[in-house]
Design a protein around this ligand. Structure first.
Ligand SMILES: [Fe+2]
Length: 224
């Protein structure tokens, strides 16, 4: 009986390690498949995203595949409490459109803007300094305008971002924050006002000598 019990524990342990190892490889593969536009089952993608968020552990992440069209952008964020102290292990969720302004791999074909199934996305955790880094491209603005009484409204390019940390209120503006850019020609007075009223961050991109854009964004979470 004792031998059987020990064997059983050993097998469970070995299986546990094996399962964890294979799952990590699997999650990376699933992420890459979605980034590449190869993962075409929407429900599976949403389940994969939930798993990827649950197991997020990297503080730096590239959320575009090799060869993705667009201008490279490095987004550096720092999450802090109201006293300016860093918040470690906050989970940062991010997604955006491609240069054409589309989210999902089939948006252009279907005429949709499927944000939950966004192809370019990722989840990271902040390090001991509260910092995270995202490597991406500058997103395109939506390809179609919003219709309003005063005419067409062209939505500025933006990156969706949410920050969550235990003991703090979730950082979100409406559903997610939409980071917009000060140098975007679409940031008309209408959208400036929209950003101000909704607490949407307006980032000021700077360009390195090598041509890469970079932005810095400081996020303060309130105790929950
Ligand atoms: Fe959006």
């Amino acid at each position: 009986m004792f031998v059987m019990l020990v064997s059983s524990l050993f097998i469970q342990s070995a299986q546990g390690q094996s399962t964890q190892y294979q799952s990590e490889l699997d999650w990376t593969a699933k992420h890459q498949a979605i980034l590449n536009g190869d993962a075409k089952n929407r429900d599976q993608n949403l389940r994969s995203k939930a798993l990827l968020k649950e197991h997020a552990r990297l503080t730096e992440l590239r959320i575009v595949p090799d060869g993705e069209p667009g201008e490279p952008l490095k987004l550096i964020g720092r999450v802090q409490d109201p006293n300016g102290l860093p918040i470690e292990d906050a989970i940062v969720s991010i997604f955006q459109a491609d240069t054409g302004g589309f989210y999902a791999w089939d948006d252009a074909k279907n005429g949709t803007m499927d944000e939950p199934n966004a192809r370019l996305f990722g989840f990271v955790r902040t390090d001991s300094k509260g910092v995270f880094v995202i490597y991406t491209i500058r997103p395109g603005g939506y390809p179609r305008p919003l219709k309003s009484k005063t005419g067409d409204l062209w939505i500025p390019s933006h990156i969706h971002l949410t920050v969550e940390a235990p003991g703090f209120q979730t950082h979100q503006c409406a559903s997610t924050c939409q980071l917009v850019f000060s140098d975007d020609a679409r940031m008309t007075p209408y959208w400036q006002k929209w950003a101000k009223n909704g607490g949407q961050p307006i980032l000021t991109p700077k360009r390195s000598p090598s041509g890469e854009w970079f932005c810095y964004y400081e996020i303060t979470l309130m105790p929950g």
